[in-house]
Design a protein. Structure first.
Length: 319
């Protein structure tokens, strides 16, 4: 604990206490779980002094960080979490606008939604190896976050997980990943290239919408679904390869992709779709050998001015 004068102390769990010292150090100590709170209607007991908190130390024997515990601690720059914490609650560090980095110990198995939402200065974060889901809005609005490594056990990146992370340039996804959720990377305007592992089956609506710098996606051979507007206004994309495992394509998935020059489909039978959102005059459709007639007879795919036989091998997929 800090040697500075204690200016406030109290209880924040059945067997958990806190002390805030004059130098801005908030120490959480005791044993067990912190209480869960909400925003200003039911804030933490130290929440009224949140502007004074510069450092948080969660000591050993504490097993969880409560929801909204450090909400709007806008002067917070340093967080130390013991390796006995297993859960970080919803919105626990939301709007901590001065926090630049955080190391989350591998003991943590669950980080709830919006835990780091709108941490505007957050540049780097180390996620625990036991995490199985990137929950909703977890890093939404973290405008300084440059890169993220998704842990190897994560199966799902949830709704708006990285929405509006405008500095995000690099995302590394694991082979355990099954799905990429609604608007999960929407408006990540600095994202240039993404490699999607073969384990991924679903890319949901607007997953990469508004990623205006994105020109390359190396995607899954086992992909089955792409949702509406998934790549809306990815204006630098030039070529798209669709694996033969796809059976569901949403509407306007490539709407606003103004540089799109070719779609290469590996499906012998055309996937049902109403509106692709592409420029049929400018974009060329390439289809498997022997299936050109099926595409020419389909009410949507036949709109392409030019349909050619596909001679590519499905080795490296560029979307």
């Amino acid at each position: 604990m800090s040697s500075a004068k204690i200016i406030e102390s109290g209880k924040c769990g059945d067997n958990v206490n806190y002390e805030l010292t004059g130098d801005g150090v908030l120490t959480i100590f005791g044993e067990g779980e912190m209480y869960n709170y909400s925003d200003w209607f039911e804030c933490s007991p130290f929440g009224r002094k949140n502007q004074q908190i510069k450092k948080v130390v969660v000591e050993e024997k504490i097993t969880s960080i409560g929801s909204y515990a450090f909400f709007e601690c806008s002067s917070l720059t340093e967080v130390i979490i013991s390796d006995e914490v297993t859960k970080i609650g919803a919105a626990s560090f939301k709007d901590c606008t001065s926090l630049m980095s955080i190391v989350i110990p591998d003991s943590v198995v669950e980080i709830k939604s919006s835990a780091f939402c709108n941490c505007l200065s957050l540049v780097s974060v180390s996620l625990p190896v036991s995490l199985t889901e990137i929950e909703c809005s977890l890093f939404s609005g973290c405008k300084s976050l440059i890169s993220i490594v998704v842990p190897n056990k994560v199966k799902w990146i949830s709704t708006e997980a990285f929405l509006g992370c405008s500095a995000l340039k690099e995302v590394k996804m694991p082979n355990s990943l099954f799905g990429i959720g609604y608007s999960s990377f929407q408006d990540c305007i600095s994202l240039v290239s993404v490699t999607i592992p073969n384990s991924v089956k679903i890319i949901e609506k607007r997953a990469f919408a508004g990623c205006i710098s994105l020109f390359e996606i190396l995607t899954s051979k086992g992909l089955t679904e792409i949702g509406d507007y998934a790549f809306w206004k990815c204006s630098l994309l030039t070529s798209i390869k669709l694996p033969n495992t796809i059976y569901n394509l949403g509407n306007y998935i490539f709407g606003g992709c103004v540089e799109l020059k070719s779609i290469i489909s590996f499906n012998v039978n055309p996937v049902q779709i109403e509106k692709l959102g592409v420029n049929f005059e400018k974009c060329i459709l390439q289809v498997p050998r022997g299936s050109k007639k099926e595409y020419e007879n389909h009410k949507t795919w036949r709109k392409f001015k030019k349909i050619e036989k596909n001679t590519c091998n499905y080795i490296k997929i560029v979307i």
